[in-house]
Write a protein that binds this ligand. Structure first.
Ligand SMILES: [Ca+2]
Length: 150
């Protein structure tokens, strides 16, 4: 009888050790950042993963707007320019335009597409873009291509 209780206690202790070991295991996957309300967020990876950049304010064009992403970094320190793979627009009032290249606002020779209010692009690898001059809607790979958004 006494031995059975001791064995049971030993088994319980072993089980508790296993549970603690699982709880203490380091997390290998880094949690993705969450786009704040009323913000326009650019993500380094598809499906809103990797580093996140919250687009800021432009003195001429308001918020959210950044006409030159070359000088910006994601929250993990990586460069934003030509490294955006998904976009989330949590701003309910603002439609923005995303441009390939930094020539905006004279960007009529750069492909661009609209991100309407509350719209998200989980993947930029095959989306409908406008391309001028001449002007035509063309399906295009815009993954890792955006240099301006406003
Ligand atoms: Ca900038």
């Amino acid at each position: 009888m006494h031995f059975q209780i001791r064995a049971a206690c030993a088994a319980l202790a072993a089980a508790a050790m296993v549970i603690l070991a699982v709880l203490a295991a380091p997390t290998t996957a880094q949690a993705a950042s969450t786009c704040p309300p009323k913000s326009l967020c650019l993500f380094e990876k598809p499906n809103f993963q990797g580093g996140m950049f919250v687009v800021g304010h432009d003195d001429q064009f308001g918020s959210p707007c950044d006409r030159y992403l070359v000088d910006n970094k994601f929250d993990n320190g990586n460069a934003v320019d030509e490294h955006v793979s998904s976009i989330k627009n949590n701003d309910s009032n603002r439609i923005v335009t995303a441009y390939m290249g930094t020539r905006w606002p004279t960007a009529n020779t750069s492909p661009y597409f609209y991100v309407t209010n509350k719209q998200s692009y989980a993947d930029l690898s095959w989306i409908r873009t406008w391309y001028g001059p001449g002007g035509a809607w063309t399906m295009r790979n815009m993954d890792n291509a955006i240099s301006a958004i406003c």
